[in-house]
Design a protein around this ligand. Structure first.
Ligand code: PMM
Length: 353
């Protein structure tokens, strides 16, 4: 993963960066610089760096500088103060459902302590990012009041950040109030499966300077699987996500902080899900990184015959590996982090061979 971190040079930074880059640097205190890590050696050398790192010039707003210098072949995502490029491999978002009733892991991590322990395990297994949710979106699920949802997720976010201060955390919520409190607790992304269904949501994200994932859903979790219909599922999902992106931008959200997600299983039949998976490239035209949530979903069980979500590991990792090999997913939302990292290692080795 290529990470670009922009900061003003503080006492101690020049010596540290000179050690890292193996050469003297002219870095006046207070200058704005960008440290880029995760580069391949050739590019690092071209940029005057060494190993996997380079320090880029000063004097311009860092994000624009990075955008220009690293002309991207894949979209960029601004996440906190970092710019993430997805050339290397998709990021792995580990799922932490602090719910009694999620379809796959409901009731397994529904205390603060159990959820934090699970999150730490996912980080150890290689998760880049944790998605913490307090309301099930399974088909037929009933809504949870905002206070109850906050009581589930906020202590987990706070406790986790006390243990792992740099952790990247999204809150999986469709309520602006929950998003606001989760962002105040230290989450930096809102994962909204209703793509701004709450009229206050975009304002909350904009004011916090947060990132957000906008997911497509037809209907609501209560009704979405009753009779989903589309004339052209790929075009309709792409158009709806495009409209959600524009609404977010008009409300003041930084476009570079937005991801899109086709919402597999959210108001979609098996045929719709497969059609979307086959044509994820259509979403590339939106210019935002693509997040994919296929993990353990029932459409996979409909193909393989695995009735229990926990039996859908191979199907989940196969789906993710295909999307990754085709460069059609930039972030994958998964329950099984270790297996996903292995599958991605193979897919990415093949695609870059
Ligand atoms: N799926 C679920 C919940 N949140 N968020 C995004 N962005 N994409 C998804 O596909 C998605 C989601 C349902 O799965 P879970 O109950 O296992 O969390």
């Amino acid at each position: 993963m290529i990470l670009a971190r922009s900061f003003r040079v503080q006492p101690g930074d020049p010596a540290r960066l000179e050690r890292r880059l193996g050469r003297p640097l002219d870095l006046p205190l207070g200058a704005q610089v960008v440290l880029v890590t995760g580069l391949d050696e050739g590019l690092a050398r071209t940029l005057g760096g060494q190993g996997d790192a380079a320090v880029l010039a000063q004097g311009q707003p860092a994000p624009e500088l990075i955008d220009r210098l690293l002309t991207p072949s894949a979209p960029l995502l601004h996440l906190r103060g970092d710019v993430v490029r997805f050339d290397d491999r998709p990021l792995v978002m580990g799922i932490v459902n602090v719910t009694p009733d999620s379809f796959s892991d409901g009731g397994r991590h529904d205390t603060t302590g159990a959820a934090i322990a699970h999150a730490l395990t996912l980080l150890e297994e290689g998760a880049d990012w944790l998605d913490i949710g307090g309301e099930s979106t399974r088909p037929g699920a009933a809504p949870v009041p905002a206070d109850e949802e906050c009581a589930r997720v906020v202590p987990v976010i706070e406790g986790l950040l006390r243990r792992v201060p740099g952790a990247i955390i999204s809150v999986d919520t469709s309520k602006a109030e929950v998003a606001r409190r989760a962002l105040a607790a230290g989450a930096c992304v809102v994962n909204d499966v209703t793509a701004l269904g709450d009229p206050e949501m975009a304002g909350v994200i904009a004011r916090a300077g947060a990132s957000a994932c906008l997911m497509h859903m037809q209907g609501t979790p209560r009704t979405m699987q009753q009779d989903p219909r589309y004339d052209d599922v790929v075009a309709e999902v792409a158009n709806a996500l495009g409209a959600s992106l524009e609404r977010a931008v008009v409300a003041g959200v930084d476009r570079r902080r937005l991801l899109v997600d086709p919402g597999l299983g959210f108001g979609k039949t098996l045929a719709h899900n497969l059609e979307l998976l086959r044509h994820l490239d259509a979403l590339r035209a939106l210019g935002a990184p693509i997040l994919l949530g296929a993990s353990r979903k029932s459409f996979l069980g409909a193909i393989t015959g695995a009735r229990e979500p926990s039996q859908r590991l191979v199907a989940s990792t196969a789906t993710i590996a295909i999307a990754a090999a085709l460069r059609q997913a930039d972030v994958v939302r998964v329950h099984d982090v270790k297996a996903t990292r292995e599958a991605l290692a193979i897919a990415c080795a093949v695609r870059s061979a």
